[in-house]
Design a protein around this ligand. Structure first.
Ligand code: SAM
Length: 222
């Protein structure tokens, strides 16, 4: 596939999944007991090692190659920005700046968000901003539980506070994420299409350059 020819996720699912509400209800009501892996505890500690414990926190969850983490660290120089991804390969890819020019108010850690989010929640720390940019869409109907809003970890996400932003090129993903968030928060969450004149991530750039519509939701959490 050539660069600017990426496709919107192909799915037999054209609207919010009919099982979403029941799934979120179950996840809100049943404790999520999966044990936390030691390597994620170590990664969580490592992500805070360079933090002065005063700067507001920004989490770039699923940061991929980390270009968004760098842009966020530049845009918010008085914040501590944490880029988390499970792929060391992606995290290690060459950055668009020489090492010496990279912002110093950021860190990359390899961790599984399923544990990392729960560790942040348990620590009592709260985020100022939280980005979930172009998460894997898992577009098959049977894959609802793999999407973040269908996963048992979902109820932990709104507990982390701050301004939460999720972006996708699949409108159904954002519609579902918004509905799940509304269910947990008990209030409306706004979402819609947006333009990205300066893309934050490589996926955003690729989708934009392929002429696709981009969608995002933002929610201010307590
Ligand atoms: C489609 S890519 C988007 C990357 C980046 N946000 C962007 O827009 O360019 C999704 C990313 O989420 C990461 N990811 C998926 N599941 C994860 C998990 N459980 N924990 C941490 N990262 C995860 C993948 O490794 C991948 O880099």
């Amino acid at each position: 596939m050539s660069y600017a020819n990426s496709r919107i996720p192909m799915s037999a699912q054209q609207a919010v999944h009919e099982r979403l509400t029941d799934l979120v209800t179950r996840h809100v009501n049943e404790p999520f007991r999966k044990p936390i892996n030691e390597y994620n505890r170590v990664a969580f500690e490592a992500s805070l090692a360079g933090w002065d414990r005063a700067a507001p926190l920004i989490l770039d969850a699923g940061c991929g190659v980390g270009h968004s983490t760098i842009q966020l660290a530049r845009a918010f120089p008085d914040h501590w920005v944490i880029g988390v991804d499970q792929s060391q390969d992606r995290l290690s890819r060459r950055k668009p700046y020489p090492e010496a020019l990279l912002p110093t108010n950021m860190v990359f850690v390899r961790a599984d968000l399923v544990d990392y989010w729960r560790l942040v929640s348990a620590s009592g720390l709260r985020l100022a901003r939280h980005y979930i940019l172009y998460p894997n869409p898992w577009p098959k109907i049977g894959h609802l539980a793999r999407r973040w809003h269908g996963h048992p970890v979902f109820p932990f996400i709104p507990k982390l506070g701050g301004v939460l932003e999720c972006r996708s090129n699949w409108s159904v993903y954002i519609a579902e994420f918004a509905q799940a968030l509304e269910q947990v928060l008990g209030r409306e969450v706004s979402w819609g299409a947006f333009e990205a004149p300066s893309p934050l991530t490589p996926f955003e750039r690729k989708y934009r350059d392929s002429g696709q519509t981009l969608y995002r939701l933002t929610a201010e959490l307590e």
